[in-house]
Design a protein around this ligand. Structure first.
Ligand SMILES: *Cc1c(COP(=O)(O)O)cnc(C)c1O
Length: 371
């Protein structure tokens, strides 16, 4: 077998796939001097809102800012507790903490999202928000979360950084509560050439507030309405995103096809725990930001794959929020603790070919002695 080289994510390929159009775009934006809050950004925001099935999309500097801006716009206060999955990025928690709130990690479920049966036990008199992460491109169990939020008078802010285009009974992330965030970090499903993010919301007041907050608290007419900050999505990044967005539905289809291939081949390997596969559940449309497996003898498997030239990644550097003791979030959570001993992610991106996927699967089968 010839050895291949399959990086977990091919960063140069983000550029190369659209090289000609990106260079033309840079020339167009540069010659127009259209750098900050120009037509390319407006075009992108309206296309994004339409695609994401929400009334408003606001381009901001990154998804972490998007989460902070949503909480700020709603008026989060010192000491407000925010319930979130332990299996999420530090950004979900830091957005809360940087505004004086308290992140409260809750155990995860088998589908990698928050275990909704464990939310109620974490609610106290200080709880104000539930912040579900739609992890790996799969919407959390929002029917349950919406009903818990209603009963307990809590607001919902969605970390939908990984789930642009994912649906739950037809409904998109960002539309279940106050709003959600999207990340355009290069390795995200819709990644730009640097940092970028967006807020999605159906709420007109939140929209107006964030439009002003992201631009120093100014209104369209330059009136200072409140204190604010600078968190604008560069017009150049928006212009690059407009180029890539045309292909986005096709990208999602390809990612789902890759997930189905991995799922079908690896279902023969009993040492591997698979994520929910496409069309396994008719209420869900998952976009597979990641293909996150569990594997017995994980570290040895990862080393074996590396020998075969295959890159993997243990999400969040291999730590759930509840494992970050240095930030005061340390506590045992049974499912999350077990999961992080066994989990890793296989390469799944637009650059990878079917032959490469077969190569990855053959390597895994060889490791476990499955023919
Ligand atoms: C990537 C990511 C973020 C942060 O996005 P940035 O644009 O890098 O700020 C937040 N939450 C989750 C779940 C993510 O995957």
């Amino acid at each position: 077998m010839t050895k291949l080289n399959i990086p977990f994510f091919d960063y140069p390929d983000v550029f190369k796939q659209f090289e000609e159009e990106f260079v033309d775009t840079l020339r167009s934006v540069g010659r127009r001097g259209a750098f900050i809050m120009q037509s390319d950004l407006e075009t992108f925001e309206s296309k994004l809102a339409e695609f994401a099935g929400v009334n408003y999309a606001i381009g901001v500097a990154n998804a972490t800012d998007a989460l902070e801006l949503l909480l700020m716009a709603d008026g989060i206060k010192d000491g407000d507790e925010v319930i979130m999955s332990a299996h999420t990025m530090i950004a979900t928690a830091s957005a809360v903490r940087m505004l004086g709130g308290v992140p409260v990690p809750v155990d995860m479920a088998d589908d990698r999202n928050i275990d909704t049966s464990k939310i109620e036990a974490s609610i106290t008199s200080k709880t104000k928000y539930i912040m579900p992460t739609h992890l790996n491109g799969r919407i959390a169990d929002m029917q349950k979360i919406v009903s818990i939020a209603r009963e307990n008078n809590l607001q919902i802010v969605e970390d939908s950084a990984q789930s642009l285009g994912a649906r739950y009974h037809g409904q998109h992330g960002g539309s279940f509560g106050l709003g959600g965030c999207i990340s355009f970090y290069p390795a995200k499903v819709l990644g730009c050439l640097g940092d970028g993010g967006a807020v999605l919301t159906n709420d007109e007041k939140i929209y107006a507030k964030i439009m002003s907050l992201r631009d120093h608290g100014r209104s369209n007419f330059g009136v200072y309405e409140s204190w604010g900050r600078n968190s604008r999505l560069d017009n150049l990044q928006a212009a690059f995103l407009n180029v890539q967005f045309k292909r986005y539905p096709h990208v999602i289809e390809r990612r789902r096809a890759i997930a189905a291939m991995y799922g079908e081949i690896l279902s023969e390997v009993h040492e591997i725990g698979l994520p929910p596969l496409p069309d396994e559940d008719h209420g869900r449309f998952d976009i597979f930001q990641n293909f996150e497996i569990t594997a017995s003898n994980r570290d040895a498997l990862v080393a074996h794959l590396r020998e075969d030239g295959i890159g993997t990644l243990n999400q969040w550097g291999g730590l759930g929020l509840n494992h970050i003791r240095s930030l005061g979030m340390g506590k045992p959570l049974e499912k999350t603790d077990q999961f992080f001993r066994e989990c890793t992610m296989l390469p799944l991106n637009f650059s990878i070919t079917n032959d490469q996927i077969h190569y990855v699967c053959r390597s895994i089968k060889r490791f476990y002695g499955v023919s």
